[in-house]
Ligand binder design. Structure first.
Ligand SMILES: [Zn+2]
Length: 178
């Protein structure tokens, strides 16, 4: 990072933090030459992250795939401002991926990050996303998967409720208790 005052490349980071809702990192830097202090906002770049799919094939991280995967799980839900909610979750996932500083990641690991975000705030979307990314097609499979997610603060009541599982597994009905 070049100093904007004297253009020397020798600067040091004196403070940094992720910005709250953006996929950016705020950094305070000090020039080692002229001692000026300046701040930078560095945008998340995941274009080099390689995602290894269940099939074993790999591809470069694709934000729109992540977004549409989450978006697809909200279909049928009555969540107001779905686009906004999905955009927010997508950004949070991107931020988490950035902080992992990995060069390669399994698609299922990304799915787990998404699921952990959804499970507290969007239970119906959580169930649909779980069904989607783990290829769940019936209720008993769903219950088995769900049992893996009851840890720590646990699942919201909704996601543990048998009726909800039934409704979500009947995804084509278009109805949702959310
Ligand atoms: Zn300088």
């Amino acid at each position: 990072m070049e100093c904007p005052y004297c253009h020397t490349p020798q600067t040091e980071v004196t403070n940094s933090r992720p910005t709250l809702s953006e996929t950016q990192i705020w950094r305070r830097r000090k020039c080692l030459n002229c001692k000026e202090i300046f701040t930078t906002h560095e945008v998340v770049d995941l274009s080099h992250l390689v995602v290894i799919k269940k099939s074993g094939k790999s591809e470069v991280f694709n934000r729109s795939k992540l977004y549409s995967g989450i978006y697809g799980a909200t279909i049928g839900s009555k969540t107001p401002e779905r686009e906004k909610v999905v955009e927010k979750i997508t950004r949070e996932v991107e931020r988490e991926l950035l902080f992992l500083k990995r060069k390669r990641i399994m698609s299922i690991e990304i799915a787990d990050i998404v699921l952990n975000k959804l499970r507290k705030t969007q239970p119906a979307t959580f169930l649909r996303f779980l069904a989607y990314c783990k290829d769940i097609t019936n209720e008993s499979q769903m219950r088995r998967e769900l049992s893996k997610y009851v840890f720590g603060d646990g699942l919201p009541r909704f996601a543990r409720d048998d009726e909800s599982v039934k409704v979500v597994m009947g995804m084509d009905s278009g109805s949702s208790p959310e």
